[in-house]
Design a protein around this ligand. Structure first.
Ligand SMILES: Nc1ncnc2c1ncn2[C@@H]1O[C@H](COP(=O)(O)OP(=O)(O)O)[C@@H](O)[C@H]1O
Ligand SMILES: [Mg+2]
Length: 156
């Protein structure tokens, strides 16, 4: 404890619950089970401090990365939940983790979300159709251009 309970169908941070006690966790799981919702239970990574990182991978390379920070008192960094983003330079381990994640899922384009934990980057989720607005605003990079070039390189 605490643990994080997530609805598998959730997006934008809705359906991500932080349960502080075993009692709270049991109640939440009972409620979700009653609704026949599918959930996953995760260790809570406290040291990521309400932030996560998004690495945008195109054709086996990280073409841009940002750090998203949840608003004060919020453990979820989603921009839709009031979080803010800034450009960051990934460490070598983070960059490798992002590239390996995209490769493992056989994705030419991927948005890889990671938590910065005391034991290194932990991959949270990999998006196969990541949005461009957040990453382009944070990095001031033309990510769409990278995607178009990738498509052009692979046209038959
Ligand atoms: N296990 C965890 N430990 C700490 N923070 C977490 C954990 N899981 C999610 N978060 C925070 O909550 C946010 C939303 O969770 P996520 O799994 O990405 O759900 P969604 O698909 O709704 O965005 C993450 O971006 C991160 O900031
Ligand atoms: Mg997310």
């Amino acid at each position: 404890m605490p643990i994080v309970i997530k609805l598998l169908e959730g997006t934008q941070g809705l359906g991500v619950v932080l349960a502080d006690t075993k009692k709270a966790a049991t109640s939440v799981l009972e409620a979700f089970n009653g609704l026949k919702a599918r959930v996953i239970v995760q260790e809570f990574i406290e040291e990521s401090d309400g932030a996560d990182i998004r690495a945008f991978v195109v054709d086996g390379k990280v073409v841009g990365a940002m750090k998203r920070q949840g608003k004060k008192g919020e453990f979820r960094s989603n921009l839709h939940r009031g979080g803010s983003s800034q450009v960051i330079e990934l460490s070598e381990v983070e960059e490798k983790a992002a590239i390996r994640s995209a490769k493992a899922l056989n994705l030419g384009i991927a948005g890889v979300d990671m938590l910065q934990s005391s034991r290194g980057p932990l991959v949270l989720e990999v998006n196969s159709s990541p949005g461009l607005e957040g990453i382009e605003n944070a990095t001031h990079l033309d990510i769409a251009d990278e995607i178009i070039k990738y498509i052009e390189r692979n046209k038959r």
